[in-house]
Design a protein around this ligand. Structure first.
Ligand SMILES: *Cc1c(COP(=O)(O)O)cnc(C)c1O
Length: 222
């Protein structure tokens, strides 16, 4: 078995049932992605539009690609229709552009709203307050070519696992609040959180999709 295949197998054995695994293949060569594919992996995550569009035609068609990086509005047109899920909707303007471009292409785009819970300035996303008022004001309604499938969050980039857990707990609580109190969100099911270093904590706090890169593919070469 290749290194990628054995690390993937080991990870799958540790993941509780019902948790989706996105193999984050950004900056990784297609040879390694293919090893993961051969080991049965079908969900992959990429963070740059250009890189993703180069990889798609080189890989089998039954792969489901998730876009997980910061998405610039001028790249939306190229991305829409090419991915199963955009996990990183970090502004209302971006959501509107995705809706418009999806309408033009005649597709419905599945998206997650990225929520900023980390105690850091640098992370993109809606604050919990912004997200709640967005939904409470019904601003998600009328976006006919968007399907909002849940939330994506990243924890603070720190070794303080207590803080990481608090961040995930906050995102999970927000997820439940939205799911229980907002009408018209029939597909709101996914809570995407947890990466190589913190996925077990994310799962304990309620994640049902984890995004793991270096733990499967090894270090990235930027
Ligand atoms: C790179 C990345 C990951 C994976 O990170 P690893 O630490 O390599 O597992 C997960 N989510 C997002 C949004 C990323 O950009």
């Amino acid at each position: 078995m290749s290194d990628v295949a054995s690390r993937l197998t080991e990870l799958r054995e540790q993941l509780p049932e019902g948790i989706q695994l996105v193999a984050v293949s950004k900056f990784q060569p297609v040879e390694l992605i293919r090893e993961a594919y051969e080991a049965g992996q079908r969900l992959f995550g990429e963070s740059r539009v250009q890189e993703l569009l180069q990889k798609i035609p080189l890989m089998p068609e039954d792969i489901k690609w998730h876009f997980i990086g910061h998405l610039q509005t001028n790249k939306v047109r190229q991305l829409v229709g090419n991915v199963a899920l955009i996990e990183s909707i970090d502004s209302e303007r971006l959501l509107e552009v995705v809706n418009t471009e999806s309408l033009k292409k005649g597709v419905v785009s599945n998206v997650l709203m990225q929520v900023h819970v980390a105690k850091e300035e640098t992370k993109f996303g809606f604050s919990p307050e912004e997200l709640l008022s967005f939904f409470r004001d019904g601003r998600h309604e009328g976006l006919g070519n968007i399907r909002i499938c849940g939330l994506m969050a990243m924890a603070s980039n720190t070794d303080d696992m207590k803080r990481v857990r608090d961040d995930f707990a906050e995102a999970a609580s927000l997820f439940r609040t939205v799911k229980e109190s907002v009408s018209g969100l029939d597909d709101f099911e996914i809570l995407s959180m947890g990466m190589s270093g913190d996925w077990p904590i994310a799962v304990e706090e309620g994640a049902n999709l984890v995004r793991v890169g270096s733990r499967i593919f090894g270090e990235r070469h930027y």
